[in-house]
Design a protein around this ligand. Sequence first.
Ligand SMILES: Cc1cc2nc3c(=O)[nH]c(=O)nc-3n(C[C@H](O)[C@H](O)[C@H](O)COP(=O)(O)O)c2cc1C
Length: 592
Amino acid sequence: MLLSPQQFQQVSGAVRGLTPAQLAWVSGYLSGLTRQFDETLPVAPAAFPVAGAATLKTTILYGSQTGNSKKVAEQLLARLHAQGSEAVLANLKDYRPQQLKKEQRIVAVISTHGNGEPPDDARAFFNFLQGERAPRLDSLEYAVLALGDSSYEEFCQTGQALDQRLAELGAQRLLERVDCDVDFAAPASDWQQQLAGKTPSALESGGIHFHVNPVAAQVAQANEYTASYPFRAELLNSIGLTDTGSDKDVLHLELSLEDSGIHYQPGDILAVSFDNEAALVDEVLHLAGLPGSERVQVSGVETDLYSALRHQRELTSVTRRQLKAYAELITHPELLAAAQDKTVLQDWLYAADWADVLREFAGKPSAQQLVDVLRPLQPRQYSIASSPEAHPDEVHLLVKRVEYAFQGREHLGAGSNWLARLQAGEAASVHVKPNPNFKLPTDPQAKVIMIGAGTGVAPFRSFLFEREAQGVKGNSWLFFGEQHFRTDFLYQTEWQQLLASGALERMSVAFSRDQAEKIYVQHRLQESGADVWQWLQQGAHIYVCGDMNRMAKDVHQALLQIAVQHGGKAEEEASAWLEQLVSERRYQRDVY
Ligand SMILES: Cc1cc2nc3c(=O)[nH]c(=O)nc-3n(C[C@H](O)[C@H](O)[C@H](O)COP(=O)(O)O)c2cc1C
């Protein structure tokens, strides 16, 4: 590289956080500077709009919870600008649905969350569009890119619903919708290319012309670590937090970010890449009757089967779609019928790995067929438990080691056990995933109510240490739930320190199995309902982190009940009130 590491850091620091349009402008500016030194270089394209006649404008809308759709939407914007097309970008949160009537063309990039629900920022837009007040959109052209994860039954449900609803309202589909799985980069890029092909440049349509250097769009990425370009973070410390006798094994890990230039904010997520356990790879190979030395193609690159299974393919999870594809592959009609019926095999699919599939439904897939039916190995994501202010140059994780018996065999969670085996001095490949929808209030004095069960408490350690480091006192209330006080009180002494320092004003704990009846965080919330309501009236922000299917749902119900009981609201009003808190980003959830 031409730049020294320090220069590179300065440049990347200077452009961090710029929008694609601003990056494009900077790119043009830098090219201009370059020409002052070298007259032989081609003239840098200017990065400002030139007025002209009427033009086709594309409005790119995104609905994103964890930033993937936002990133794809930004790439699309840069691509359209690069070819001189007029395009604007908006978060669905900030977009008035009534505006749709005035648009010529919209392109939506949207993910699915919960169990088939829109991202929080898109909920209000969706409710409006699904309702009776939605306008006719006969003169609108549109395209939808759906992001999702095929391990969920409601795969890409939100994108599908949006696509269908826009058609019902009379809008013209410009491109077929594409439903992207976890490896969305390639299909999203193909779709962008198709869309760009159907979008005239402003010159062609005779209007505003953005001259933009396409290189600019890549600048933002150069400084960021990604799954394919991770930072190697050395493990400094690994401490077991649960005591002998606990049903769980929860670890606190400290990794070094020294010299990485990585910046993160409380609420962000660390993605950790890992390899599958060798014993599981051997077992899968044995059951498939394949030695592992076969040559296979993985994403267009040749490798041997063993390496593909060890480093590049998921072995510990099985989706219904995969089971269907496998049943077709080995011509197994009973398995195919079962895989197509959403009501059967649910629990089995939840627990099974690929060794179970190959043992229960023996077949003879070829090495390439096996690789093709498996999904790409995805980095595991953990809420960051450290504060950038209080723990500089480090990142801390709270990891529950997943281990369970199924089909007479021990099953180990791939990412958590890989991390548990990591020794101090060894390195993990990591990158940060910003979590824009799980952020402390911009007003540091604003009240926060944090509800975390189990490892869901991790981001609140980050929040509280950050507030303490910033000298913020009080206005914070933590609800923590686990099974047993004696063995599972994660970070107990640190909460006590934070209470003593005043960074944590109040703490409510629920140990579910320390008494005959089960007590969970939602019960503690209800018990303190009057105070919770008062805090909310005083502008408190609520954060929920942890189990999506039970805890987050029960907490949601508890909040509704508090609004009814202490806020005097009717049930419908309570729901509308909570939706309003979501829209205002005063009710943020990071659930899984
Ligand atoms: C808690 C949670 C629930 C999810 N639920 C679904 C789902 O029901 N259906 C689906 O297709 N994808 C689901 N996903 C996967 C996301 O849609 C996928 O990760 C997507 O790339 C996220 O894009 P975003 O960062 O723009 O929100 C879920 C992800 C999380 C974290």
